[in-house]
Design a protein. Sequence first.
Length: 279
Amino acid sequence: MTRPAKKPLGKFPGRLVLLGAGKMGSAMLDGWLARGLDPRRLIVLEPQPAKALKALTRRGLALNPKGKPVEATAFVIAVKPQSASEALPALAPYAGRRTLVVSIMAGRTLDYLGQALPAGLGIVRAMPNTPAAIGRGISVACANARVSARQRQLAADLLAAIGAVEWVAEEALMDAVTALSGSGPAYVFLLAEAMTQGGIAVGLPAELAARLARETVAGSGELLHRSPLDAATLRRNVTSPGGTTAAALEVLMGPGGFDSLLTRAIAAATRRSRELAGA
């Protein structure tokens, strides 16, 4: 696993083109700059740039440049998948034989990207998740056969700006990745919602219940992040036999409970990911 603070980008070779500077693209851009990437190395193609992005042009960032394109070392594609067909052609003038492509578009396969972009490029497909906004996401990536070892490391360095990085050899696993970590933050937020409602149901004031749920989920997540123990061990450590936690877990872990419900939910998300990809 690649941790976010490992490698500075101050010596990035050549130019980096970012296609799309929405929430995820902006999070990546912020991460790169925080790790020392010179704004003069950056070209951003974004039809509706935010004020913060426009301000970076004063530091040398090229925003929607009109001059003669320069060959890029890498492209990062962060547009919505439904915009791909109209957005991707803008990258062609910046492509060279050794340009690396890193796409974080959900559902757009390596084959799709290979056909939509100039031929022969090394392409990495990655699925990050929304905690990338605070540098605590996790991205899972897979590569086509044209990606060299050096390009693979470059892709990892770029993705590490928003969190941890894992690799899979089989692209077919990306649908399951999307269902688990890509959609996973919504499951955690739903847990906080449900805990809040449960607290209200047993008499807590709504504001207090919401605060208790938020801090409990956030703190437990941070404990899980920092601890060398796995989730099952941490759960057992907080569960005294015959106590209140055990009483709750009898419900959550009983027939049709939390485990089976989440398994069904992740299976449903995996099926939908395959449908969206046209598999």
